[in-house]
Structure formats: structure tokens, C-alpha cells
Write a new protein. Structure first.
Length: 727
């Protein structure tokens, strides 16, 4: 028996748990409140995509059903799917890696329409290892089955969402309520059976549903409905990303026939108050909607402040089926696959966003507005704890935008502790990401970053208040790429006042970034006006006219009319098709017009704009507050003598052995002795604790003109090869 049952309803990710319940359970541990957590999504997927599940799906295909040609083929091959499904799932769980050879033989898996793209993607397989190629083919196999499921069994199914349309911009609860009042679906029946087993085993007093996205909403309500019907003594609550953004103005009392409580923003104190309410009868609530006298009210009468990030504990992934998540690769792009391939422990470097100005973003809400970083020491403590409890050394920092200075400190802390970890995160393309900082991040285990380029137009970037320029993005992506860190860019089209010319020019900028090899992955999405963003709060200032509606249920995405009158939606297919090609390194030479079935203007961007932006002069600026990092003690010094015109010139040859190369320089013996003693004193244990000014002062106790020495060719050679980093 547990006090709380924490549930993530179907569906979010196949490869790793969504972290909200793990965060909450970690906090509850610090308060000695017992909890059990479950990700119903992965459990339902494993039941659906099994011999038993597929047999039921095929058995329940109506005899009179009019099937598409593709569905007919899958049905005809049903015995092959049933025969292979359990092995394929085991392979994607990492249990039977030897199956990769069978899968790649191209006569093991049954193939339907998703495999038609193989001819177009054969070029990519040369860059994929055997395991990745097999994962990709197995993913296509699952997507074929998903297409069949959508056509024949449940049109609302999706691997990472379920009945998403019912949650998107649902100003009224009517449509969702009608669906909930109707019969359960095939997927509902599986979900509710698993839920009922959990309830009987755990016997909680309160069931908390974390609903991050619209695609989790319907299942959350369906599950809560079962609890109210069969377990009326159990209280239910909903929190998470969806209510935090969409349900801030809820008025429909019918919602509370399913949920007793809906909490907003950070969940720690609201849940603590709910626990106190249920266990002691306390009437204090924190940011909570509930029903009183058949009327929806909002209570925020608890005096207790929110906890600091340092005090909320380490996420706890126990109870979750960590060894049963499946890794899939939808397209053959190494960066793009990070979201669906591999198990990642989720952590956050900082609550909120340190920039907090972008006009399309929900900067008025606490999850963005309240910025609070966690110290590097605490973060790496949590990493070590998670490695022990999960056995996983991969980390995804799920920040709105990870602060560069904190990333630097985390990297140094990882190196000081000699941890071997792999991590990635979301960033802003700050000029702070110098070549040296990127190299340091790579050495600490960073393999990728994602960031918002949004609209690759300097005029629109200023209107967005992004605080970056296209030229700056190019330099930052170059620095990351040259350090061996992959980059994904979030791209936007249809921002208010954006012209057709700016859309075309933005695509050209993106084309050049990929052609230069300094961007590896991206995703275009059409601008959506949200209620809590500066554009949504003051639409007229941005040239858009909102379509007002009465809000009784959800309120986030707002329909609007752009005063330019441009139909931005028609660009969607061409932008995404071109990006798909660029991500696979092909068709850069095609004119932009080739991607669109309607006439577009020629780009006004110079064909060498990005190339020229990267032609930097060497920076010989002395920065006294820069931090110095010496990365190796594997240095050999040999005193030698050079004879020139019968004169002897003693010198020291210094050879630094790096992991992948050897760097040799020559210095006079006095300077060499100083450098060697400095390298030893400033190795990783003291990394980042010495400033360039302190180094200069130390040098000038014995020598003159530090700048001449620091910018000399031998020292530049050490800096260029990463022996010395300036941060």
C-alpha cells in the first residue's frame, strides 16, 4: 500500500520515461511520503505489439471492412507479423542484438508501405552501423503495424500521442466529454486493465496523473473515469505541462466528475498540500482547482513557498520498467535519433529560462519566468546517484535553455570526478559558446545540443527578441561541429508579419548551414500563437487579429488572422521535404523552387553568406577574467641543443600526448620549465580556478611581456589542439 500512485498516461516516448513522475517521486522521498509510479504508455505499447496483442487486432478486423491496399497486404501477411513481433520488440529493447543480422538480410521482416522509402534512403545506410540499420528497419515495420491499427482499429492511435486532437485548443469540454461518454476503444480496454491491476496492487489514497501533452489528455480522463466508477474512495489529481499551460481558466464543472484536483506549475508543494488534505483534513491548498458547491474554484491559500531546486531531491526512476523501453530510429540521422533511441536519465540544470524574452514563448508562466539554476556540484551528485540507481550513464538535461556558464561548471565537475557519461541538452546559440568551451563540453561527454534558430532572418529575430543573429548562429554551430558535438535547430515559419521573401530567404540560410556541414538536424514548425506569450497577450502589436472564444476548458493555442493575408501553411510540405534531404546531405544544388509546387521568389541571400560569416580573423584579444584549463599531464620534456653557425642554442622540446593525437612544440628552457610547472599545478583538479590575469601575474614574476609569450606560435599550437583552453 502506498500513499500516492503517480501515472503518466499513454503516450509519450517509447525509449525512455517522461521524467515528471520520477521528479515528483524523488521529492516525495525527501518528505517520507510513499509513492509508486507507472508509465502506462510503454506498458500498453508492449501489450499491443506482442503476439497476443497482434492476434487480437487481426482477429477483430471486421470481415466487411473495406481495407486500403496497404492494409490488405498487412492483413495477408498477418501470420508473419505475429511470428516476428516478440523477437523484434526484444531486439529494440536491446535484449537480442544478434537479430540485427537477420533484420538486415531484408527477407526476415514483412514489408508494407513504410518500406517504400528505402530506395530513397539507401544512401544513408552506408553511414549507419548494422545495429542502427536494423533499428531503422524494425521501426518501419512497427510503423506499418501502426498504420494498420489506425485504419482498422483506432484512428486516434499514435506512438507518442493518443487522441491528440481532443486536447488541442479545446476551449470547450464538449467533444472530449462526448468521447468519454461513449464506449471504450480497443486501446482503452488495454489501458484500463493495466490501471486496475496497479490500483489493486498499490491501494493508493491519491492517484496523480501527469499530463505533459494534449496527446495524454484523453487517456488521463478515461483512467480517472474508471477510478471514479470502480474505486470511488480514491482521490484523483491532474498536473503537468498540459494543465500548466492550457487549464489556467477552467470553468466546466463536468471536469471534476473525473478529477478531484487540478494543480498548476511546480508540483511539489501542491502535492504535499493534497497529501496533507487527504491524510489530516488540512484545508490549505497551493495553486489548485477543485469543486465546491458545484462550482469550480481556485485555491492558493497555503503560505508555504515553493521549494528551491537544490531541495527537491534526486529523480527516482524506481518502479518504472527501465529495461523494457524500446529504441527506435525513424530516419537515418544520428542527431535526430537522440529523441527516440537509447535510455536517458532526465535532469534539469536550471528551472526556467535565463533569457526569458522570446515573444512567441510562454514567458509569463512560472515554468519559464522563474529562473533558478542548480549548482554544478549538486547536479553531478545527482548524476552519480542516478548512475547507481538506474545503471544508465546517459543524461538528457531537459532545460528550456541550459546556461553556458553552468554548463562549463558541470563539465569541469564531471572531469574532476573522472566520470564517464554521455549527455545532451537544449541551448540558446549564445556567443559564449566559444570553440574552447565547446571542446570542454565534448571532453566531459556532451554529444549534442538543440537550440532555436527559429526564423533565419535578422529582422524577424529582432522582432522575436531572440537576442541572436544568423551570423552568430553560424559561428556557434561551427564551434560545436568542430568539437564533435551535433546540433539540432528548431525552425519556425509563419511568424507575424513574415513575408514570402523572408520564408524563402530563411530556407536558403538553412540550406547553407547544412551544406557547410555545421548543422546536422532540424525541424520546421508553423508559428502558433499561445495565450501566455507576448504575442498572445498583445496581438495587435504584432499584426495579428485573434479570434475570441469563450473559455470553459482549455486555453493556449489561439486562432488568429495575420494581417499580411499570407497562407503560411502552404509552405509546410516544401520546407519539410527540403529539410529531409538536407539532413541526409543531398540535393543542396537544387534551386529552392524545386521544393514547391507554386511560384516562389528567388532568394535575396548571397550564396556565400554563411561561408563568409565564418571567415574569422584570429582573436588576439587579452581577456584578463578568462578561466584557464590545462587538459593533460601526459607531457614529456626533452632538453636539446640546436647548433646554428657554430653557436649552441639550448631549448626544450615539449610533447603532449592527447587521446587522439600528439602535439610537439619547442621553447627556450626557462619558459619551458615555467610552462611545465604551471601545467602541473593547473591540471583538472584546479581547472577553471585560474584566470588569465593570474597566469600573467605569475609569469611576470620571472619574465617580461606575457602577451608576447601567450600569443606566440608554440602556445597557439597548444591552444589550437586543446591542451590549453581559455573559457
Amino acid at each position: 500500500m502506498k500513499d500516492l500512485l503517480l501515472i503518466t498516461p499513454p503516450f509519450t516516448q517509447l525509449n525512455t520515461p517522461y521524467p515528471a513522475t520520477a521528479y515528483i517521486k524523488g521529492f516525495l522521498n525527501t518528505k517520507n511520503i510513499s509513492a509508486f509510479q507507472a508509465d502506462l504508455g510503454i506498458e500498453v505499447i508492449l501489450e499491443l505489439f506482442s503476439k497476443r496483442g497482434l492476434q487480437r487486432i487481426f482477429d477483430e478486423t471486421p470481415e466487411a471492412a473495406v481495407l486500403s491496399e496497404n492494409a490488405q497486404r498487412i492483413f495477408a501477411l498477418r501470420n508473419e507479423y505475429i511470428r516476428t513481433i516478440d523477437q523484434v520488440i526484444s531486439f529494440l529493447q536491446g535484449a537480442v542484438p544478434t537479430l540485427a543480422r537477420q533484420i538486415c538480410s531484408m527477407n526476415f521482416l514483412p514489408e508494407a508501405s513504410r518500406f517504400n522509402q528505402l530506395d530513397d534512403m539507401e544512401f544513408a545506410f552506408g553511414n549507419m552501423g548494422l545495429q542502427d540499420k536494423a533499428k531503422h528497419l524494425a521501426t518501419l515495420y512497427l510503423e506499418d503495424l501502426s498504420d494498420y491499427l489506425v485504419e482498422v482499429t483506432d484512428p486516434d492511435f499514435g506512438f507518442s500521442r493518443y487522441a491528440e486532437r481532443l486536447g488541442k485548443s479545446a476551449n470547450s469540454f464538449d467533444e472530449l466529454y462526448d468521447k468519454l461518454s461513449g464506449p471504450t476503444t480497443f486501446i482503452d480496454d488495454i489501458t484500463l486493465k493495466i490501471l486496475e491491476e496497479k490500483l489493486q496492487a498499490v491501494q493508493p489514497g491519491l492517484v496523480c496523473f501527469s499530463v505533459p501533452f494534449p496527446g495524454n489528455l484523453y487517456s488521463a480522463f478515461r483512467c480517472a473515469g474508471l477510478i471514479k466508477k470502480k474505486f470511488p474512495h480514491i482521490k484523483t489529481a491532474m498536473g503537468g505541462g498540459f494543465p500548466n499551460t492550457e487549464l489556467r481558466e477552467i470553468k466546466d464543472s463536468r471536469v471534476f466528475a473525473f478529477f478531484d484536483f487540478i494543480t498548476l506549475d511546480d508540483g511539489e508543494v501542491p502535492l504535499e498540500m493534497l497529501y496533507n488534505h487527504i491524510s489530516t483534513g488540512s484545508t490549505e491548498f497551493k495553486r489548485t482547482f477543485l469543486l465546491e458547491n458545484d462550482k469550480v474554484i481556485y485555491k492558493n491559500n497555503a503560505s508555504k513557498p515553493d521549494y528551491k531546486q537544490a531541495d527537491i531531491g534526486t529523480p527516482d526512476y524506481s518502479d518504472l520498467l527501465l529495461d523494457q523501453y524500446i529504441s527506435v530510429i525513424e530516419i537515418a540521422n544520428p542527431m535526430h535519433s537522440l529523441w527516440s533511441d537509447g535510455r536517458w536519465n532526465k535532469l534539469t540544470m536550471a528551472h526556467g529560462c535565463y533569457w526569458g524574452k522570446c515573444t512567441f514563448c510562454d514567458i509569463s508562466l512560472d515554468y519559464i519566468k522563474i529562473y533558478e539554476p542548480v549548482s554544478a556540484r549538486i547536479l553531478v551528485d545527482r548524476m552519480e546517484e542516478l548512475i547507481l540507481t538506474t545503471g544508465e550513464t546517459g543524461f538528457h538535461f531537459v532545460d528550456e535553455a541550459a546556461p553556458p556558464a553552468l554548463m562549463r561548471e558541470v563539465a569541469l565537475e564531471i572531469l574532476r570526478r573522472k566520470l564517464v557519461v554521455t549527455w545532451w541538452t537544449n541551448i540558446r546559440f549564445e556567443k559564449s559558446f566559444t570553440r574552447d568551451l565547446c571542446f570542454l563540453l565534448k571532453l566531459s561527454g556532451c554529444v549534442a545540443v538543440s537550440g532555436g534558430l527559429e526564423v533565419a532572418s535578422d529582422r524577424l529575430l529582432k522582432l522575436i527578441d531572440k537576442g541572436i543573429s544568423v551570423e552568430q548562429v553560424a559561428k556557434v554551430t561551427r564551434n560545436f561541429t568542430e568539437s564533435g558535438i551535433m546540433i539540432h535547430a528548431y525552425l519556425m515559419y509563419g511568424y507575424p508579419t513574415q513575408t514570402v521573401q523572408e520564408t524563402v530567404d530563411s530556407l536558403e540560410m538553412v540550406r547553407q548551414l547544412f551544406e557547410m556541414g555545421i548543422l546536422q538536424s532540424g525541424f520546421w514548425h508553423q508559428f502558433a500563437m499561445t495565450a501566455h506569450s507576448p504575442v498572445g497577450l498583445n496581438p495587435e502589436a504584432f499584426g495579428v487579429i485573434p479570434k475570441k472564444q469563450d473559455i470553459l476548458f482549455a486555453n493556449n493555442d489561439i486562432d488568429f488572422t495575420d494581417t499580411t493575408g499570407i497562407d503560411h501553411g502552404k509552405f509546410s510540405f516544401g520546407l519539410k521535404k527540403s529539410l529531409f534531404n538536407y539532413m541526409h546531405g543531398i540535393n543542396f544544388e537544387l534551386p529552392l523552387q524545386e521544393w514547391f509546387e507554386f511560384k516562389i521568389p528567388k532568394t535575396t541571400v548571397h550564396p556565400d553568406f554563411i561561408h563568409d560569416a565564418l571567415l574569422d580573423d584570429e582573436d588576439f584579444t587579452f581577456k584578463p577574467n578568462a578561466k584557464i584549463v590545462f587538459l593533460t599531464q601526459n607531457v614529456i620534456a626533452e632538453n636539446r641543443v640546436k647548433i646554428k653557425k657554430k653557436h649552441e642554442y639550448p631549448y626544450t622540446k615539449i610533447t603532449a600526448h592527447l587521446k587522439t593525437n600528439i602535439v610537439s612544440i619547442e621553447l627556450d628552457q626557462d619558459h619551458a620549465e615555467w610552462l611545465l610547472s604551471t601545467l602541473k599545478a593547473g591540471f583538472i583538479e584546479n581547472a577553471g580556478k585560474i584566470t588569465l590575469q593570474q597566469l600573467k601575474n605569475n609569469f611576470e614574476e620571472d619574465f617580461d611581456n606575457f602577451e608576447l609569450f601567450w600569443f606566440s606560435k608554440p602556445i597557439q599550437q597548444l591552444k589550437e589542439n586543446g591542451v590549453i583552453l581559455t573559457l
